[in-house]
Design a protein around this ligand. Structure first.
Ligand code: NAD
Ligand code: DAU
Length: 340
């Protein structure tokens, strides 16, 4: 493993992975390949922009010709695929881009990667493929039961990876991460959205009763899990990566308001997300057997995350303009009006 194409590496988790790998493995060349959609942001890669073993290429994973050029130009032997449409609410508004990237794009990555003679393909997936988990913890052999168009598109991508392993003998591994948070996360996801809104004393739209449960994972722990799967995972296998730290959305909201010194009166219970999964929870024994363990507690990581957004307004203020405001209006306009 030497020349790694990090697809989707200008997004939240992909950029954390690129920043970490560039410094941790100076012998590797890290080439970020990203379409720069609304969620892709070169500011996320500024800390490594001058590193000799880092390069950036703009491109779409579903564009065969551009992808082939990048694979050849950089003598790529490994792909780590983060590229995705990643926000559930946007997939409810329209699933087109999700099918393009999370299904067709994954197929083209696999197909071009195979023809190019790739040594290793790691596909980054999600706990949402398991669907709602009423009780207990998902293990890697559980059946898929995706409920949102986003989750279904991720399940479709995973099945293509499986088929290229079984049919073509490709060396593939899959990671399934839980709800991830930390610096540089696009402020449409619960934590960065609520933190930055609360900083401006805007209302916080909690979907339904707020008693949904998510399994929270700090981004650095997600990255170290992917590193372990990349280097030690068995070809053809999938590995769960979770914080195993379950919290109700409403409790998380109260905690971050307390950390910000803001009042609970900012909370608005708005009409629920359609098809909303109540609970995700995963078992990580299989990943622990590779030597991984979580380094950050939810409490300390939440505090560090709140501090980061408080200290880095330059990063999120320029995002919260243009397309972002259009999305905000479509997603929250009627919901917040109904809550008044
Ligand atoms: P993100 O939305 O922050 O970033 C996605 C990146 O992919 C962006 O830089 C975007 O420009 C790029 N991209 C989108 N379409 C592309 C295309 N066709 N070609 C090339 N690049 C494209 O997402 P994230 O939160 O960092 O998630 C990364 C991966 O991890 C995704 O596959 C997601 O499904 C998965 N995941 C996310 C979480 C989470 O909580 N955020 C948890 C588990 C798994
Ligand atoms: O579980 C892993 C998944 O986590 C990833 O695969 C996805 O890419 C990522 O977006 C995330 O999906 P969720 O839908 O769980 O994350 P989100 O931040 O959108 O929402 C977290 C919870 O908070 C969920 O129960 C919905 C709720 N929520 C979210 C928003 C944006 C609200 O109550 N209000 C909101 O405004």
């Amino acid at each position: 493993m030497k020349n790694i194409l990090v697809t989707g590496g200008a997004g939240f988790i992909g950029s954390a992975f690129a920043r970490s790998m560039t410094r941790r493995y100076p012998d590797y060349n890290i080439i970020v390949y990203d379409k720069l959609t609304y969620a892709g942001n070169l500011d996320n890669l500024l800390p490594i922009s001058d590193d000799e073993n880092y390069r950036f290429e703009q491109g779409d994973i579903a564009d065969r010709a551009a992808l082939r050029r990048a694979l050849e130009a950089h003598h790529i032997d490994t792909i780590v695929n983060f590229a995705a449409e990643s926000h559930v609410d946007r997939s409810i508004l329209s699933a087109d881009a999700f099918i393009h990237t999370d299904v067709v794009g994954v197929y083209i990555l696999l197909d071009e990667g195979r023809q190019h003679g790739l040594e290793r393909f790691l596909h980054v997936s999600t706990d949402e493929v398991y669907g709602d988990v009423d009780e207990g913890y998902s293990v890697e052999t559980d059946v898929f039961a995706p409920n949102s168009p986003y989750a279904a598109s991720k399940a479709g991508g995973e099945l293509m990876v499986r088929s290229y392993h079984v049919t073509h003998g490709m060396n593939t591994v899959i990671s399934r991460g839980s709800n991830t948070f930390g610096p540089y996360q696009y402020p449409e996801k619960l934590l960065p959205f609520f933190i930055t809104e609360a900083l401006e004393d805007h209302p916080l739209p909690v979907y339904g009763d707020g008693m949904q449960i998510r399994d929270w994972l700090y981004v650095e722990d997600h990255v170290s899990g992917i590193d372990a799967v990349l280097h030690k995972g068995v070809s053809g296998e999938a590995y769960n990566i979770a914080g195993e730290d379950l919290h109700h959305n409403i409790d998380v909201t109260h905690r971050l308001l307390a950390l910000l010194g803001k009042d609970d009166s900012l909370i608005r219970h708005v009409p629920d997300r359609e098809g909303h999964d109540r609970r995700y929870a995963m078992n990580c024994d299989k990943l622990r057997a590779l030597g991984w363990q979580r380094q950050y507690s939810f409490d300390s990581a939440l505090e560090a995350t709140v501090d980061w957004y408080r200290d880095n307004e330059w990063w999120w203020r320029k995002i919260k303009t243009g397309e972002y405001l259009e999305f905000y209006k479509r997603q929250y306009g009627a919901r917040l009006a109904a809550a008044e």
